[in-house]
Design a protein. Structure first.
Length: 290
């Protein structure tokens, strides 16, 4: 072991620098995650729980297990352990203001012309983001569900996608939802919880998707929200992702990213900043609206 080793007390599982690198390499190739050396104690504290759950005595054995084909579920446990699902309703509210003021007016025209409207919440966590999008849409297009208006909400973590689909949250989270929307779009259940109402639900399709994989749809999207997800990826992976999003946007479509993220690389030729962490597809490219 080296001085960087953790987990050295008698009751703990040893975690060498080589173990950390092997986990970091796997996280990079499979999920695009960038685990800096400084994350080593965090990785240890989160993964040692998985080793105990699987009754595995060393990180080498855990890696061997992860590499087995039939251990896909454990690889997903790994990503759950390594990423954070922190989210909230109307997080970074300025994006929803821009959606309402800049993007929805054109969506209304599309709806009136019988055309499709598509929005993607990529890395949707437990659903607060796509439900906030749906409530914003419904405020301006109350009959959206009767038109060709759809929100795709995806995340790599199957458990979190299930929670999102369930759409039930503790009452204290409802304070993040503007009053008018809360009154119209959520339903209290029991004493402690509320559920998202039927109208927002009808607009959303939830699915599991690793953003590193091929995307099984063609778009194009009028707006893409991918916020606080790419922060885990290295710069090369981020730049490829921005470019792939650009290709999925309609001309003039919007990309919203997280507060500490920035679009860099080739996509900057076509994605123009139009507000805080908000971009518009201004260049050629992007697919024409179907
Ligand atoms: C911090 S949450 C962000 C939730 C929401 N977008 C927001 O800003 O409030 C990050 C989410 O990204 C997901 N994620 C991480 N890596 C991913 C990948 N390679 N593909 C898809 N989702 C990923 C995680 O599972 C997690 O739910």
């Amino acid at each position: 072991m080296t001085t960087g080793d953790v987990g050295t007390s008698a009751r703990e599982i040893p975690f060498s620098d080589a173990d950390f690198r092997a986990i970091a390499d796997l996280a990079q190739t499979e999920f695009g995650l960038n685990l800096a050396e400084s994350k080593k104690p965090l990785v240890y504290s989160r993964l040692s729980k998985r080793l105990k759950a699987r009754q595995v005595g060393s990180f080498q054995s855990y890696l061997t297990l992860l590499n087995q084909k039939e251990e896909n579920a454990e690889r997903l446990e790994l990503i759950s352990a390594l990423t954070t699902n922190v989210t909230s309703f109307f997080r970074e509210k300025h994006h929803f203001d821009m959606l309402r003021d800049e993007a929805i007016p054109r969506m209304i025209q599309n709806v009136k012309a019988g055309q499709r409207v598509r929005i993607w919440s990529a890395g949707c966590s437990s659903g607060q983001e796509p439900y906030s999008i749906a409530m914003t849409l419904l405020e301006k297009i109350p009959d959206a569900a009767r038109h060709n208006v759809k929100i795709l909400a995806t995340d790599i973590d199957p458990k979190i996608v299930e929670r999102a689909r369930n759409g039930q949250y503790p009452l204290e989270e409802a304070t993040g939802i503007p009053d008018t929307m809360r009154k119209a779009q959520v339903v209290p259940v029991a004493d402690q919880d509320f559920r998202i109402g039927e109208e927002p639900r009808k607009l959303i399709t939830f699915a599991e998707l690793n953003l590193m994989d091929a995307w099984p749809f063609k778009g194009p999207f009028d707006a893409i929200f991918c916020r606080n997800v790419a922060i885990y990826f290295n710069q090369e992976t981020q730049q490829r992702l921005w470019e792939r999003f650009r290709e999925m946007l309609v001309p003039d479509g919007f990309l919203f990213i997280g507060h500490s993220e920035r679009v860099t690389g080739p996509a900057t030729h076509s994605l123009s900043g139009v507000g805080i962490t908000s971009y518009r597809n201004s260049g050629p490219g992007g697919r024409p609206t179907a």
